[in-house]
Ligand binder design. Structure first.
Ligand code: C2O
Ligand code: CU
Length: 538
């Protein structure tokens, strides 16, 4: 007991919670108060020596869209105007609050001028892109209402689906929830050679959940559980619309799926038992297709799916569902029925996401390539720290959501958060229970730890990583059974779902750019509560 108390005291002092604990504030506010103010760097101007191939203005501002029947819904929305480059660079999604689809080619030099038309500070992050630290949308670059921010970078990524979304200090979740997000595709030659379905045969599927009040307006966080567990809406939207049905021809399609929800985790499967053919994940195409009976998709993760409707008759329907699973929420919360309150769509229940209807019969369909791509594999023998993985210790308590024992604070690098440029690092993500900080693995799981533990999609900014191994504690093994076949380890990732009791080893490169790169939980409420830290690459 003594050790726990000491550790707890140390934790309280470190995180500044000691004093606040006396003040009677709700604990979720205490956790947020404990974070330091974010210093800001003055907005930069365009660099005249940067010769952009593609240039556009990106606006974020309040808007209204029709989502449900009846009144329009007030949202925040991205829009863009192309100033230079191919006109396919920007494609609006009609009557959606989602931002335009951005399509970039590997090797392009891109200049984007962000205009903040919100009444609050904001900054945009290119989730998945490997760009210089100053161009990554770190909250220290946030701009005030009316301000502008210039981004200039070369597209180094391989082909893949990425996301752009706001990343301001403590306000990411709310701005995303209100509508600010969009898909950003990178294309390259390796992908082009495959002649995968394009144009109308390549369909973006951005899955989000939202709650609406009687006036069709968005409802957001109502109480501390909505923050602690993340916010779950009771209505599934696809590309910003409700009850979506996609009309297709009887041929192969490429579905580019993104979980753009704040917190909700999906277990995707076709309702008739057709397996899901996965051709890519966060960091682009796999080496070869993987066929899965279901796929888990956590916030921030992407999935590239080959969906072949050939041979299906006109009028036939197929539904993509989220199947039942257990264990992603704290058992305590589930036991107390917290998740059930005012929510008709419990996490882990079985519900439809969108419908596909075959409306046209065609005889011609592309064939699925047996070999998709090749990319470098990382090996433990090549990492800079084979014996000493960089820890990412997850700890959750009613007091605070932490990584490596600390809430987010700028310029607060612990020794292992300083990374040498151009190294490969072995990283271990695991649960450290009781807020004791890094270095102590959950192992036996204290009573509190076990009950509070939940799943966290951990996202690392910068280059994509490779998953090396996963292991789960025996206490959590039966819940884990309900999700374990839904993970894809053969591709490059930037977000990985870490289940309760699970520990995941990854290898991540830190090449090309020095500076500050964040890592955090992509349960956006958790991120805003401070479950975020950063690496200093030097
Ligand atoms: Cu998609 Cu740091 O975020
Ligand atoms: Cu989390």
């Amino acid at each position: 007991m003594t050790t726990i108390n000491n550790a707890r005291r140390r934790f309280m002092i470190q995180s500044g919670l000691g004093l606040l604990a006396l003040s009677g504030m709700p604990s979720f506010l205490q956790a947020m108060e404990a974070m330091k103010e974010m210093p800001r760097i003055l907005a930069r101007k365009a660099n005249p020596n940067f010769k952009a191939d593609v240039e556009f203005d990106l606006y974020c501002k309040p808007s209204k869209v029709s989502i449900l029947t009846g009144a329009e819904t007030q949202v925040l929305q991205y829009s863009a105007v192309l100033k230079k480059g191919p006109k396919e660079t920007l494609v609006d999604i009609p009557s959606s609050y989602l931002g335009p689809i951005i399509r970039l080619q590997q090797g392009q030099k891109v200049r984007i001028v962000l205009h903040n038309g919100l009444s609050q500070v904001s900054v945009t992050h290119w989730h998945g892109l490997h760009v210089p630290a100053e161009m990554d949308g770190h909250p220290m670059y946030a701009i005030d209402s009316g301000g502008t921010l210039v981004y200039e970078f070369e597209v180094l990524n391989r082909a893949g689906m990425n996301i752009y979304h706001p990343h301001p200090h403590e306000a990411t979740a709310k701005q995303v929830y209100q509508g600010l997000a969009g898909a950003l595709f990178v294309h390259d030659e390796e992908e082009a050679k495959l002649e995968l379905p394009t144009g109308e045969y390549e369909i973006p599927i951005v899955i989000q959940d939202r709650s609406f009040d009687e006036q069709n307006q968005l409802i957001y966080v109502r109480n501390k559980h909505d923050r602690m567990l993340g916010f779950y809406g009771d209505r599934i939207l696809v590309n910003g619309q409700s009850d979506v049905r996609v009309d297709v021809a009887s041929r192969a399609y490429r579905l580019r799926i993104l979980n753009g929800s704040n917190a909700r985790i999906y277990k995707l499967a076709w309702d008739d038992g057709t397996p899901i053919t996965v051709i890519g994940v966060d960091g682009g195409l796999l080496e070869q297709p993987e066929v899965k009976s279901y796929v888990m998709l956590a916030p921030g993760e992407r999935l590239d799916v080959w969906a072949d409707f050939s041979g299906r008759s006109v009028g036939s329907q197929l539904v993509m569902r989220s199947l039942a699973f257990t264990g992603v929420l704290p058992s305590m919360a589930q036991g107390m029925g917290i998740m059930m309150h005012a929510n008709d769509l419990p996490v882990g229940s079985d519900y439809p996401i969108f419908k596909v209807r075959v409306t046209q019969s065609v005889s011609d369909s592309p064939k699925l390539p047996a070999k998709l791509s090749s990319f470098p594999r990382y090996h433990t023998k090549d990492v800079a720290n084979p014996e000493k993985p960089v820890p990412i210790a997850i700890s959750e308590s009613p007091m605070a959501m932490l990584l490596n024992g600390r809430a987010y604070a700028d310029n607060d690098f612990q020794e292992f958060e300083r990374i040498k440029l151009n190294t490969l690092q072995l990283i271990e993500i695991f649960h450290a229970h009781g807020g004791m900080g890094m270095g102590h693995k959950g192992g036996g799981m204290g009573m509190m730890g076990g009950m509070m533990s939940m799943a966290h999609p951990i996202h690392l900014h910068g280059q994509q990583f490779q998953i090396i191994s996963r292991s789960v504690s025996s206490e959590k093994a039966s819940d884990y059974e309900t999700v374990r076949h839904g993970f894809i380890e053969s591709g490059l990732k930037d977000t990985v779902l870490v289940m309760p009791g699970e520990s995941v080893r990854i290898i991540k490169p830190f090449q090309d750019f020095k500076g500050v790169f964040m890592y955090h939980c992509h349960n956006l409420e958790h991120e805003d509560m401070g479950m975020m830290r950063e690496f200093l690459v030097e």
